[in-house]
Design a protein around this ligand. Structure first.
Ligand SMILES: [Zn+2]
Length: 590
């Protein structure tokens, strides 16, 4: 290699169309150029390495092109384009405000705005990291920005939009660059690997893209580093070794141990991970992410939400089949709590080990013994999808509903089965049917399978003409926790409280659920959050009528050990004749 050029420079996009992952934005810019609607100043905001400077350069080249193409791109052939591509154009002047933020730097730059371009129409001034300019420099710049010469266009770039003064913001057209999707980066890296003649495993490129956190420049420099380490044969194993990334296999293996209740192996694996120099906090967030991936892998429709190679997606799909969804949710909750407490913990290792043991136990718990979690009413999380796919009958679904709900539903079903379709004109008749329906129901309770067997196959009841999905315990808890986690940092205390309260949720009807507050002050706090919580749940659970009832825990709910006297009083309140009996027989309490 005689003249090595880093990939980030070598494969820097030359046209708007080749910019990765910012399509909406580049189209807008192209249209603005085509219609000659150019502003005097642009502000490009967004994280590092997502193409801000690249777009600014393409923009400068395109507006100066003498022979613009019909698709709005520069021709790359005219004198102006050539000088841009060979980086000898005088029409583009770049200033990195991170290192040149003094007033003198800006003054020199502003001097140059006075000189009109020799070739082409516009001089473009790119000021990178503009938020780093000193106050005096800002003021000097503002003067020119207020009345710029006609041939001058400013492109300001920043990673921290909130630090830009309003006086500058109001004079700029603002473009927000977004983080790049993992898949976009992987695709681009595949292209680069092809052109360089490297072989690259998709899983390896995924790791690189993840590590780059949505920035292409970082992704390409990591890619270069790995490629030279692997000598052009980029495999998953060498990539994670080179980047010090924890192998996915650790998460898969440890989950297997959970399922098999192998606590010793779990703790030894943790030890192995720590010995390899990985931070335990990093491991816990990784494991939480693993369980989140398992959750979405339970449904083939959501598996695409896993940002990993297809091969690893298949691995998730296979492991998800082995895990009950209530185990996954319990694990997510435990790991999330561990994550929240990690920073404050004085004995981090103990916290992590304890959490792992708890997760392993959650894997062993049957529905009955899942502790505080309302496991009895947990249902398969993607039941609705499954049902519509497999066109399951209502009889199968009723068996999983709580008894009270089931009774109501069965009564409604019996009613519609017997009543003619247009009952509205004949209320009396309908009433009679409802009575006979409920009588029948009482019999049914004894032997329900027989009763349904006697009748024609039941059809789903079109009870109300709404499309609201009935509440599902798993989804409710999941969304509840997601709401809590999305709270801003200053509300961490409330977020923790909400997550703790997730085990106090219970669904009372299709649209209503109840949360039990431990004391009136918690109830007051919940009341403040009620509108926001309902709003979140309504949109996320596709039910516009979701209603949250707050109930304060009654004293006897947590205090169950009555004294004899209390037990007696309690029984009397349930059955007053007990008191009469005691008086009649003249009994004493021992
Ligand atoms: Zn040109």
């Amino acid at each position: 290699m005689d003249n090595y050029i880093v990939s980030a420079r070598k494969y820097r996009p030359m046209s708007f169309d080749s910019v990765v992952g910012q399509q909406a934005l580049t189209t807008t810019l192209k249209n603005a150029i085509a219609s000659e609607h150019l502003a005097h100043a642009y502000l490009f905001c967004g994280p590092r390495g997502v193409g801000k400077t690249t777009c600014a350069r393409i923009f400068a080249k395109t507006i100066n092109c003498m022979n613009r193409q019909p698709d709005g791109e520069a021709c790359n052939e005219c004198e102006s384009c050539k000088s841009f591509n060979e980086q000898r154009s005088y029409n583009i002047i770049e200033l990195d405000a991170a290192s040149n933020n003094g007033v003198e730097d800006i003054k020199t730059l502003m001097e140059q705005t006075r000189i009109p371009p020799q070739v082409g129409k516009y001089k473009v001034f790119i000021i990178d990291e503009v938020h780093m300019l000193s106050q005096a420099a800002f003021n000097a710049f503002l003067k020119t920005l207020e009345e710029p010469p006609a041939h001058v266009i400013f492109i300001l770039a920043t990673t921290e939009k909130q630090k830009i003064l309003p006086t500058i913001l109001s004079r700029c057209q603002v473009y927000d660059f977004k983080r790049m999707e993992i898949q976009d980066i992987v695709k681009h890296l595949q292209g680069v690997a092809r052109q360089e003649g490297y072989t690259a495993e998709e899983a390896a490129l995924n790791v690189i893209a993840e590590k780059a956190d949505g920035g292409m420049r970082d992704a390409l420099s990591i890619f270069d580093q790995v490629a030279s380490f692997c000598q052009g044969n980029i495999t998953y194993a060498t990539t994670i070794a080179n980047l010090n990334v924890l192998d996915y296999n650790y998460y898969f293996r440890i989950t297997e141990y959970f399922l098999e209740n192998k606590i010793t192996e779990t703790l030894l694996t943790l030890n192995d991970i720590v010995n390899r120099g990985f931070d335990m906090g990093y491991f816990i967030t990784g494991l939480a992410q693993h369980f989140r991936n398992l959750l979405v892998a339970r449904d083939p429709q959501t598996i695409s939400l896993i940002e990993a190679s297809t091969e690893i997606q298949q691995q998730y799909l296979a492991q998800a089949q082995k895990c009950k969804s209530n185990f996954i949710i319990r694990a997510m909750k435990l790991l999330n709590n561990c994550d929240l407490n990690f920073k404050q913990s004085k004995n981090k290792r103990l916290l992590v080990e304890l959490t792992l043991i708890e997760v392993a136990q959650a894997a062993q718990d049957d529905d009955e013994s899942a502790g505080r979690c309302p496991a009895k009413i947990l249902k398969p999380i993607f039941k609705l999808n499954v049902q519509s796919n497999a066109s399951a009958t209502t009889t199968t679904s009723t068996t999983t509903r709580p008894v009270q709900e089931r009774t109501q539903a069965t009564s409604a079903e019996t009613l519609t089965n017997k009543a003619p379709v247009n009952t509205s004109a004949n209320n009396v008749k309908a009433n009679r049917f409802s009575i006979s329906g409920s009588i029948k129901l009482q019999r049914d309770n004894g032997n329900s399978t027989n009763a349904t067997g006697n009748q024609a196959p039941q059809k789903p009841v079109p009870s109300t003409p709404t499309t609201n999905k009935p509440l599902e315990s798993n989804q409710l808890i999941m969304e509840w926790n997601l709401f809590a986690k999305a709270l801003p940092q200053q509300e961490t205390a409330m977020a923790k409280r909400l997550i703790d309260l997730a085990s106090n949720l219970s669904i009372t009807s299709n649209d209503n659920f109840e949360v039990v507050a431990n004391n009136p002050s918690v109830a007051d706090q919940l009341k403040q959050y009620k509108p926001a919580i309902e709003h979140h749940l309504r949109s996320r659970l596709s039910n516009a009528n979701v209603n949250m009832n707050i109930r304060i825990r009654e004293i006897d709910e947590k205090k169950r050990a009555y004294s004899r006297q209390e037990q007696y009083q309690n029984m009397c309140s349930m059955n007053p004749s007990l008191r009469k009996l005691r008086d009649m027989l003249n009994l004493d309490l021992s």
